[in-house]
Design a protein around this ligand. Structure first.
Ligand code: UTP
Length: 404
């Protein structure tokens, strides 16, 4: 087996991964060989490639006003779907949260001021509002990563799932992808371990299926999954009005969106790409697109996504084998250097590769962009201070009457 692996690495110009193999015990050697055997080398094909975008046009969004006018009807439809057990929620919690600089899973961060209030607790409190409203438990699937799975499970168990029914909490672990240095080389996290990182939030459905969770979805006749990020503490999860609006519009998917704070805001916005719903990143937009307005004066590309999507499971199954584009992020990645010394970089030194949940939108026939009020539903905790930080999230929590 060792020979097959070294031949493969030689073909890929990655033989340095075996540089320290002789220093390892037999068990460690076998572990390394096994890891390399199962490694996804596709990241090496991606080095230097960029995704080509199609023809971009504005996409209709359901505005706050329209939602308000139909609120009762949408809510009734959503409540009914939840009561019938058709809706599950998927918490994407496999990220590394490197910008926050907190060495535990982001959900374990205490956002409280006068009392403890963990991010996981905020999210569960928000979901419990819907449990109270509908009288039904919503199955909560939590995606973790190899790195944070144990901490996440132990923390939630220790805190009694913050009042959620443990029977309705199902964990699954996402996949990893190797990291690549600036010379196109895979890296060693240790002498016997290839460096890998979570493969992004776009792999959630494939990971869920691989973990055997699909059977739970089928057995429970769940039809819709509401996918959401761990770091928006004002996130409304399994929101009946949103679910009802998507069902009522006969759409395959929905995305919660917020109106841009100003034309230049750096957010990905909903659009049509070659006739399909899609998201165009701020840096992909031309100045004309940024300033373009509709006859009523609103920006044509006005609605930013907040990582809260509703997907119909039936359609997800039909796109399970679709390959999502890999996006690379330049990060500080600890590794073993060519002298066998562990390096803790102060500056980004390598790429990690991720697929993104937003790219799943493009695989849907249609998607309802559903506007929500930014100040009520969007308080992302990305950074320690400044924009989208612990400070801004605390202010927004207080403004919404949350006791922190
Ligand atoms: P971010 O894009 O903010 O990434 O994740 P991150 O890794 O958490 O944070 P930084 O960039 O290192 O600071 C958005 C959402 O997607 C989840 C995160 O947990 C968060 O809920 N995510 C991200 C995953 O579940 N898996 C991943 O591999 C990446």
């Amino acid at each position: 087996m060792k020979n097959v692996i070294s031949e493969k690495l030689s073909m890929l110009d990655q033989t340095h991964l075996l540089k320290y193999i002789k220093e390892l015990s037999e068990v460690q050697q076998n572990k390394l060989i096994n890891q390399i055997e199962n490694l996804d080398f596709s990241v090496l094909d991606e080095v230097g490639t960029e995704e080509k975008r199609g023809h971009i046009e504005p996409l209709y969004a359901m505005t706050l006003k329209e939602i308000d006018e139909n609120k009762k009807r949408y809510t009734d439809i959503g409540v009914q779907a939840i009561k019938e057990g058709k809706v599950g929620a998927v918490l994407l919690a496999g990220g590394q949260g490197s910008r926050l600089g907190f060495d535990k899973p982001k959900g374990m961060f205490d956002i409280g001021v006068n009392k403890n209030l963990y991010i996981f607790e905020c999210l569960i409190n928000n979901l419990l509002d819907v449990v109270k409203q509908t009288g039904a438990w919503i199955p909560l699937f939590i995606m973790t990563s190899e790195q944070n799975d144990r901490d996440t499970r132990e923390f939630l168990e220790k805190h009694n799932y913050f009042g959620y029914s443990s029977d309705n909490v199902i964990f699954f672990v996402q996949e990893q992808l190797p990291t690549v240095d600036t010379n196109g080389k895979l890296m060693l996290a240790d002498k016997g371990v290839v460096s890998t990182a979570p493969n992004g939030n776009g792999g959630w459905y494939a990971s869920l299926v691989r973990s055997g969770v699909l059977k739970i979805l089928k057995d429970n006749k769940i039809e819709w999954l509401n996918v959401f990020a761990v770091d928006n503490v004002l996130q409304r999860i399994a929101d009946p009005c949103f679910i009802g609006a998507v069902i009522d519009s006969d759409m395959e998917s929905g995305a919660k969106v917020v109106a841009k704070a100003d034309p230049q805001e750096r957010v990905g916005v909903m659009c049509l790409e070659d006739g399909k719903p899609s998201i165009v990143e701020y840096y992909e937009m031309t100045p004309e697109m940024i300033e373009r307005r509709e006859p009523d004066g609103t920006l044509s590309y006005n609605y930013g996504v907040i990582l809260n999507y509703l997907f119909k499971i039936k359609n997800l199954n039909s796109i399970i084998d679709a390959r999502l584009p890999l996006h690379k992020a330049f990060k500080k990645i600890q590794c073993i250097d060519e002298n066998g010394v562990m390096v803790f970089p102060d500056e980004p030194n390598a790429y990690k590769y991720e697929t993104l949940a937003l790219d799943m939108v493009k695989l849907q026939k249609n998607c309802l962009a559903y506007e929500v009020e930014r100040n009520k539903e969007f308080a992302p905790v990305k950074n320690k201070t400044g924009v989208d930080s612990v400070d801004t999230a605390r202010e927004l929590l207080m403004a919404n009457g949350v006791d922190i």
